[in-house]
Design a protein around this ligand. Sequence first.
Ligand SMILES: Nc1ncnc2c1ncn2[C@@H]1O[C@H](COP(=O)(O)OP(=O)(O)OP(=O)(O)O)[C@@H](O)[C@H]1O
Length: 254
Amino acid sequence: MAAEAGIACAGLHKAFGEVEAVRDFSAHFASAQTTALVGPSGCGKSTLLRLIAGLDMPDRGTVAIDGQPPERLRERGAISVAFQDPSLLPWLTAARNVALARKLARQPADPALVARLLQMVGLGQFAQSRPATLSGGMRQRAAIARALVTGPGVLLLDEPFGAVDELTRRQLAQDLPPLWHEMGATTLLVTHSVSEAVLLSDRVLVLSPRPAQIVADIDVPLPHPRSPALPDTPAFHRIEAQIRAALSHALDAA
Ligand SMILES: Nc1ncnc2c1ncn2[C@@H]1O[C@H](COP(=O)(O)OP(=O)(O)OP(=O)(O)O)[C@@H](O)[C@H]1O
């Protein structure tokens, strides 16, 4: 039987001592789609991403990516993560931090791609700067460039624009999705911003308060590339309202 394409999560459970972070989570994420995960703070979103990345093991349940366990894919740079804490190597420049991801994935060096990605995330002038001399938002952007440089099949972004100012955020929301679409990446994105979820994704999963369970699965049938004017349209507002209603319903039911 052919392996199922995309990401398949089946019956995931994860507890930290007494704290149950994820309970019986099952979902399928289609190849090359972008899905946003939204839910109350502490509901288990980051835990889910870590399980899907193979950075944590579930207590029960399985994750399969194109039929394979995530650990195996991560080794060859097929899964990239950009988490809230960018964890760049302090002794390397921004450009070298980005380039290192290709080396670790045993891919040939590609300085032109490194330069293009740094330019795209607005760090063209800072390629030779070390992390300590960059702001928190700049370090996050370097981490996004690092996540994209291997041309990953799976891209996991946890609040990737959390420390980024509003204007740059808007620019990144404009520039980055075409890039990950071009790569054909299956992208999961955790965000606290409902409008960002709609703007960036094809599908939004609304999660309950901890332990994370799906309370709404909402399609975003808006064409790509998304125009800067899209957030002012009635279609956009309708989807935002649907997500907000599902979030309040989940909080009321808790
Ligand atoms: N390594 C860990 N050790 C102990 N508890 C943990 C660990 N990681 C997560 N937790 C707990 O699991 C729960 C879910 O955490 P998680 O970080 O997944 O939530 P989140 O939805 O991403 O939160 P936020 O939106 O605030 O970032 C929380 O109660 C958290 O304290």
